[in-house]
Design a protein around this ligand. Sequence first.
Ligand SMILES: *Cc1c(COP(=O)(O)O)cnc(C)c1O
Length: 493
Amino acid sequence: MNNKLYGNLIFELSKSGRKGYSLPEYASEHSTAELPQALRRSEEAGLPECDELTVVRHYTNLSHNNFGVDDGFYPLGSCTMKYNPALNEEVGTLEEFAALHPQQSTTSCQGALLVYYNLQKSLAELTGLSRFTLNPCAGAHGELTGLMIIRAYHDSRGDDKRRKVLIPDSAHGTNPASAAVCGMDVVEVKSLDDGTVDVDDLKAKIAEHADEVAAMMMTNPNTLGIFERNIPAIAQMVHECGALMYYDGANLNPMLGVARPGDMGFDVMHINLHKTFSTPHGGGGPGSGPVGVRKGLEDFLPTPRVEYDEQSDTFTIATDDEKSMGSVGNFFGNFGVVLKAYAWLCSLGKEHIKEVGPLATLNANYIKQQLKDVYELPIEGVCKHEFVFDGLKDKSTGVTTMDVAKRLLDYGYHAPTIYFPLLFHEAMMIEPTESESKETIDSFIEVMRTIAREAKEQPELVKTAPHTTPIGRVDDVLAAKQPVLTYTKMVNS
Ligand SMILES: *Cc1c(COP(=O)(O)O)cnc(C)c1O
């Protein structure tokens, strides 16, 4: 439904003099004359003027044009679009937490500090590491923090030539970007056909750069949803050359309660709370990218830190530490996200958290097996939480992955991640997560099979999809090359 009457932009609905509030007139002594000249507007703010009902309908209509996990199945690979229980949202907005000020005294916010401390402790236990900071605000922010910790570690030992990071060519784009922001050079490591690290190539790269390597960044399961088999050997080679092992744990979902990066030989890692730990995402935040380190690296973590004093049973805040890599943002990051993650962990408990990974893995493998006769499966074998198809099996129809993705919208499903990873031309990356029922998954499978049939029998129908959405197929190239990002029409003209 795209109701023109309620407009695409609230500015288009503005009528001079309309308003959605009624407030008493200010007495003249409260006039703007009290404000210093420098802080006063010299011209109208240009805000839209609308009555309340128009505003309500405008935003309600806009919300109907959206698609979220609360609307339907959202198998967006690498993003873990699982259901985030409403309970956690409620905990995240409790006034007792939401109204806290980051600069109030520690004695007056012991509860919040306890949540922070306990969550970092739970993450340490889940990952087999020693200690976490919850201050970074996104996965990429966590990567940068982790690399800065690694740099601080090497520098503290006088080993300050280590400025190279080994990164597999299948890695998420944020890995090389974070290395660059940290002032490090990327040394690309090749992948084998199944996307796992080519150990021989790694060996050669280490031999070439040995005393300049700061770290090896690995994603596991990797970007193709495959568990890396050679981690012990890789960790040994990397450690022997004096570098550290970094684990990109943005996709920790399949690992929960199954295996721990700390036990595999990783030294530093980040987690995306806004993927695995119950925070909705997709609109750009707020997120949280906690970073954990193994024993011996705790002093390099950023400040401020929440400390626990057993004797007095109180939590305190440490703000300076000589060895610390510094601070990575304001105060303690996005505390609302921390609350939701803590609520989620507490509601599942130690027992049930163990079911998350296996269930997510089962769901992915089930879909893969049910569809591999009509969609091209480039990598056989058991996947973890996600897998990649390389488009339709029958390439003669001319129907592309983009077409299938658009057609899915007509059936009420969000598209999988498409054209990523770049290892395949028609990549379609499917991640169902543990939240979905067998009924939902079965009906998704049926729809995917229907689209494969349509591609053969009525290819035009698929190529011109979507047909039922408020906006049809957009011109991606034009949108990327000539984006219209501002609204310049004069208000109330
Ligand atoms: C999502 C993701 C990231 C980046 O996380 P952001 O919060 O978007 O910065 C990094 N690595 C992998 C493997 C990811 O899936």
